[in-house]
Design a protein around this ligand. Structure first.
Ligand code: C5P
Length: 401
């Protein structure tokens, strides 16, 4: 769940600040992007250079970038950047400043201007932690929905032993992972997704297929998993590894096999998305053996394959959302609209091969989404991973208007 998450890591002046470097590393190892802000006191315990080198981004600890030039560091931008503002370690002083809404240093200014949720991992001596003032501050923060990662028991820098050690970096990363999972917008939703081409056999070695690589469908599977959905992927023959985190990954060859897999337990799914480039027709006579040159027919008699998406559309129940794709070689608007209605969809994603960088095999795509409410949304040319994020965002707006 930390994959692609933007974590703004705030470090305050505690000896546990040295562990913030390990924490930044652990969060990055799990796929998160990390930016760091520090209080001036924290820079006494660990250098901004260490964190800047580890994260690959400048570290801010002051309102001014460069005192001579008068350039200001934009605390508002940083506050808006993160999916979460994690303060680890969080000193008693910073907890108290958060409760009071103080703005005595740059990190506190970021706190006041951040719109994302805040999580704190306190670190301090045992008596400071158990002091009624600190406990009351933590309760205030809790009531404001600030996440609190409880400190550990154990030896403290003072030589005393007790509760106050900052939780270990791996524990903090696990805690955040669980926290993101609980808050994921598609948590509890079951999604069935078709992807890739189908291959319709002519004989034992030849088939009719198409150029679909499955990249768009697989990128969408990743984005759906990241949004917390339980994803069941049915894929035609592609050269891609299974997307991480999918609950099931069924590989098929033909449209008939894809239909069988797609109808399995169909009514238990909340969302069904058809990105597959399913062959519309197949050879009517398929030889089990390889046909030799002199046995090859002059013409191949074709018959229609089942339309999986239209079958879903005809059997849908009110709780289900159904999404289709249309790949067209012209601008495609009329045929996308006709498929939307004919196949009984909630919305359809049109990608036109008329746009450079869109369609089969590319790493980019350019889409327009048409809804059954008559609205359309055109998106810029983007990587397929970013297009997948746009489609999930659209799906969320559709589910939770
Ligand atoms: O009619 P057309 O093939 O252009 O429709 C495209 C949409 O229908 C896509 O979402 C595709 O996955 C789906 N489809 C399907 N089964 C077929 C043909 C298309 O699910 N046999």
């Amino acid at each position: 769940m930390l994959h692609n998450k933007r974590i703004l890591l705030g470090i305050t002046g505690s000896i546990a600040a040295y562990k913030a470097a390990l924490l930044a590393r652990e969060l990055q190892r799990r796929g998160a992007e990390v930016r760091v802000v520090m209080t001036p006191a924290a820079t006494e315990f660990i250098t901004p250079l260490t964190l800047a080198t580890l994260t690959g981004h400048p570290v801010s600890s002051d309102f001014t970038e460069n005192k001579d030039s008068g350039e200001w560091t934009n605390h508002v931008e940083l506050g808006l950047w993160g999916d979460v503002f994690l303060i680890a370690p969080a000193t008693a002083q910073t907890l108290s400043a958060f409760v009071a809404g103080s703005c005595d240093n740059f990190l506190q200014a970021v706190h006041l201007s951040s719109r994302c949720p805040v999580v704190v991992a306190p670190a301090m001596d045992l008596d400071m932690f158990s002091h009624p003032a600190t406990q009351s501050n933590l309760n205030d923060l809790r009531s404001r929905k600030v996440g609190i990662i409880e400190p550990d028991n154990g030896p403290l820098a003072s030589g005393l032993e007790g509760k106050g050690r900052m939780a270990e970096p791996a524990f903090i990363a696990d805690w955040l992972d669980h926290w993101f999972t609980e808050r994921a917008p598609l948590k509890g939703k079951k999604v069935i997704l078709t992807a890739g081409p189908t291959h319709e056999p002519i004989d034992a070695v030849r088939f009719i297929g198409n150029h679909s690589t499955g990249k768009m469908g697989y990128a969408l599977a990743v984005a759906l998993v990241e949004a917390g959905a339980e994803v069941h992927l049915i894929s035609g023959p592609v050269q891609l590894p299974p997307p991480p985190g999918v609950t099931s990954h069924v590989k098929v060859q033909t449209a008939e096999q894809m239909l069988d897999a797609a109808m399995m337990d169909f009514h238990s799914f909340d969302i069904a998305i058809a990105t597959a480039a399913v062959a519309d027709a197949r050879p009517a006579n398929q030889s089990k053996e390889k046909l030799h040159r002199d046995e090859l027919p002059d013409a191949i008699q074709m018959e229609s394959t089942p339309d999986i998406l239209a079958t879903w559309g005809s059997l849908r129940q009110p709780h289900q959302t159904i999404v289709g794709f249309a790949l067209e070689s012209d601008d495609g608007i009329a045929s996308a609209m006709s498929k939307l209605n004919r196949k009984n969809l909630d919305f359809i994603v049109l990608n036109s091969m008329a746009h450079p960088g869109a369609g089969f095999g590319t790493d980019t795509n350019q889409i327009t989404i048409f809804g059954k409410d008559g609205n359309s949304h055109k998106f810029d040319l983007k990587s397929k991973a970013d297009v997948a994020q746009d489609i999930v965002a659209h799906l969320l707006k559709h589910l939770y208007p």
